[in-house]
Design a protein around this ligand. Structure first.
Ligand SMILES: Cc1ncc(COP(=O)(O)O)c(C=O)c1O
Length: 444
């Protein structure tokens, strides 16, 4: 029986046990802390699978040919790659490192799509020699690199072209502009030159389609429809002017998620409805064959599946001001608040039923930056040193953006499911941190 009144911000298996502890995947979070320490990232396997299947099923009932890629940048982890592959998701990777992880995990190579605005020669060579699915080409420099390496290796390479369609999204609002001030992708006005390059100098490049990613944490449907409109116009242009029939439309990342009660994202089903109906209508109007639909959600798959458990330590009451509660993690394991003022919600995992002495507090990190505040002004029951604070919706862009600032080892990550917990990323140690450092002999 679910005892959490409003599940909106919790992983889908969250509950409260008889001791008043938060449970995830039928695991008591306080037992997890006792076993694995803090800070601790916890990933709910069921929640990740559920969200993944929601994308797959809501597309399946509306559209024949599609592939959902998991955007590895959200949380690059071999176990998650493995689960994604088993469910039938492909992978969107953006670096040689993510690609290496994907290859080591033995995922279906043909479903790996390689992104990035400055892929190195070595990275492209790894992609080409490994026979991955597709390379998404971002600029002319890269087109030349891919062509040269493909020619040397005597291979023909499937590519997509990343376009910037002039749509800019910021969660609640979006604008259409002639040009986007973005480092990513080709501007629409360069597209003709791209096609000319491929026809004249790209004999090993097989152009399959177009990609666009207009932003992350998007709460509206219309920008997705507008993007599709613009991309399909280019399909038509490519066919008529250059006699190339494109077969894949890649519409980038997925929908936004709720980090706070105020957040009101669209549903995956509504997103699927608008994207597929727009493609069908536009293709009919433009007399195009229906292309394969590719999307690459990250945040909405893994974000709500993860929480981070911290131990409360010191407190500071500013006279007539804020009360700071410091935890044993912060900006190095979750850089989103300090980087772009991202908001989060937290609960007291060891006192889920308590509503005593509610206080307005600020959850501060342990790092040497004044701005290292995980949550500003949140109402929580009185927190004592040793209490366990669970920050919710930390599955995406937390571990993957983490650092060793202040030489603090990265936390462990544990996968929970039906009462079992397994370490999927070990906690770093001081010796992990120091092992890449070399002291020249003359200092010894
Ligand atoms: C090219 C590309 N695809 C996919 C994604 C994943 O987006 P999201 O996590 O919002 O679904 C991103 C994230 O920024 C991206 O840059």
């Amino acid at each position: 029986m679910i005892k959490i009144k409003d599940m909106k911000l919790f992983p889908m298996t969250a509950d409260i046990n008889s001791e008043g502890h938060l449970t995830i995947g039928d695991c008591d979070t306080i037992e997890l802390v006792n076993k694995y320490g803090t800070p601790l990232y916890v990933i709910d396997e069921k929640a990740f699978k559920y969200k993944s299947n929601e994308y797959i099923n809501s597309l399946k009932k509306r559209y024949q040919d599609f592939l959902v890629l998991y955007a590895a940048k959200a949380f690059a982890c071999t176990s998650v790659f493995k689960i994604a592959d088993q469910i039938g998701l492909g992978l969107d990777v953006v670096s040689g490192g993510e690609l290496y992880f994907a290859l080591k995990t033995n995922v279906n190579k043909k479903n790996i799509y390689f992104h990035g605005n400055n892929k190195s020669l070595e990275e492209i060579d790894l992609a080409i020699s490994s026979d991955i699915g597709k390379i998404i080409c971002d600029n002319f420099y890269e087109l030349e690199l891919v062509q040269n390496i493909a020619e040397k290796r005597n291979k023909n390479i499937d590519i997509l072209i990343r376009l910037t369609p002039g749509i800019e999204c910021h969660t609640h609002e979006y604008i259409k502009t002639g040009h986007l001030d973005s480092k990513f992708g080709f501007d629409l006005e360069d597209y003709d030159d791209v096609l000319n390059f491929i026809k004249t100098k790209g004999k090993n490049l097989l152009l399959k389609g177009i990609h666009a990613h207009i932003g992350s944490q998007i709460f509206e449907l219309k920008p997705f429809a507008d993007t599709i409109d613009i991309l399909l116009e280019q399909f038509k242009y490519t066919k008529e002017k250059h006699k190339i029939e494109l077969t894949e439309i890649n519409i980038g990342g997925g929908i936004g998620i709720s980090y706070t009660k105020e957040d009101d994202p669209i549903t995956i089903d509504k997103w699927a409805e608008i994207t597929t109906s727009t493609i069908k209508e536009k293709c009919k109007t433009l007399n195009l064959k229906l292309p394969k639909l590719i999307c690459e959600p990250g945040r909405s798959l893994i974000g709500p599946s993860g929480i981070t458990l911290y131990k409360a330590g010191s407190t500071k009451q500013v006279p007539n001001g804020r009360k700071f509660i410091a935890v044993d993690g912060g900006m190095a394991d979750n850089p989103r608040p300090i980087t772009y003022q991202a908001k989060y919600t937290a609960v007291l995992a060891n006192k889920m039923n308590s509503s005593e002495n509610m206080e307005l507090v600020t959850i501060a990190g342990r790092y040497c930056e004044t701005g290292d505040l995980l949550i500003k002004d949140i109402l929580l029951p009185e927190i004592k040193a040793g209490d366990i604070i669970a920050v919710l919706n930390t599955g995406a862009y937390n571990y993957s953006m983490s650092s060793n600032y202040n030489m603090v080892p990265r936390p462990a990550c544990v996968l929970v499911n039906e009462g079992t917990s397994e370490i999927i990323i070990e906690r770093e140690t001081y010796s992990d941190l120091i092992k890449s450092h070399k002291t020249p002999k003359r200092f010894m």
